[in-house]
Design a protein around this ligand. Sequence first.
Ligand SMILES: NC(=O)c1ccc[n+]([C@@H]2O[C@H](COP(=O)([O-])OP(=O)(O)OC[C@H]3O[C@@H](n4cnc5c(N)ncnc54)[C@H](O)[C@@H]3O)[C@@H](O)[C@H]2O)c1
Length: 380
Amino acid sequence: MLVPEPEIVGCVVRNANPAGCQARVAQQIAAVRQRGTFAAPRRVLILGSSSGFGLAARIQLAFGGGAATFGVAYERAPDAELTGSAGWHNQQAFDHFAESAGLQAQSRFADAFLPQTRQAVLAWIREQWGQVDLLVYSLASGVRVLDDGRRCRAVIKSLHNPLEGWGLDLAAEQLIRQQVMVAAEQEHRDTVTVMGGEPWQQWVLALQQAGLLAPGFHTLAFSYEGPALTHPWYRDGTLGAAKRHLQQTADALRMALRPLQGDARVVMCKALVTRASLVIPFLPVYLMLLMAVMKDKGLHEECPQQMARLFADQLYGPGAPRCDALGRWRLDEFELRPDVQHAVLARLSELTADNFRQLGDYAAMRSELLHQHGFMPIAG
Ligand SMILES: NC(=O)c1ccc[n+]([C@@H]2O[C@H](COP(=O)([O-])OP(=O)(O)OC[C@H]3O[C@@H](n4cnc5c(N)ncnc54)[C@H](O)[C@@H]3O)[C@@H](O)[C@H]2O)c1
């Protein structure tokens, strides 16, 4: 079969190579199997299961922990002209490998923000599982259609001052100057509506009201805060506001789950290459510097390694999650190490449009993104 050429616009890869996506899922499964097994919850619902953290969590829990999984993702199917999105092929590949391994796997391509998706998934759980033990909330979206039909858009803007800094154009393979504007009040609210915790809460409460939560039910959602260098454009911007709302939601859900001896947590992850992260202004440049430094120090991780630490080592393994004073679980301790941040800052202070390939791990970042879309790494 003809392998398509990657179509890159800015930092977005618009197509996928189906065979490469399948090979990458197979590779992730093999790595999980090699690490050995652990005792995962039996029935796991994953929202945002087709790429990034959600897919890595699903592979870890199913192939490492033997869990039956239900995955919901919103992806573009292939048609006569387009290859379909990487997530579509990843999810098909997951189903195929799970079935071959005798693992129960149910997958839907549907908009998880819509009440009808929730109702359909709840009906399936009632019929097939009776209850659910763990819900992993891993949606990353720019848009949410509300129950009344209004389309809310997330924007990535500052909450305080306009910002300017280095961005990356992967298509042109150049550093560019990027500006980030201050969000209007409505844009701020809409971003929290899309990327905050409300939809997570709706799912958990709907499951609870329907009597579908197993005793000891857990739920977790992924978050980011980052080091001081990223605060002006992440923590103190619209996405940071949405993540604060996610945190408040975790606190509220923890209370609501007490009668079941349940738990709800935000998991603070490291910054890494995914479809969602590379569209954040300034982040690709920070990421390629971070990758170079963390590789130098033997600390590099992508989604599969983060999910292995969370599930196989900590939550359902010999260790325990590292919990901070706000009750958040932390997987970002290596990124935040002072020596790592010191080295990143030193490289950033010397960065120019001519030396970015030497100071950052530009080639590996580009390869990782292409690989995530089923295209083999391109030699740097
Ligand atoms: N990538 C990072 O550096 C990073 C770091 C920390 C936390 N996070 C958080 O992790 C979470 C997952 O992000 P990711 O980077 O893995 O993103 P991703 O783009 O790789 O995955 C997003 C998933 O959400 C699904 N999705 C999007 N809209 C949907 C909808 N309407 N209905 C159903 N599914 C939908 C997609 O199909 C996909 O499976 C986000 O909350 C993100 O903020 C990411």
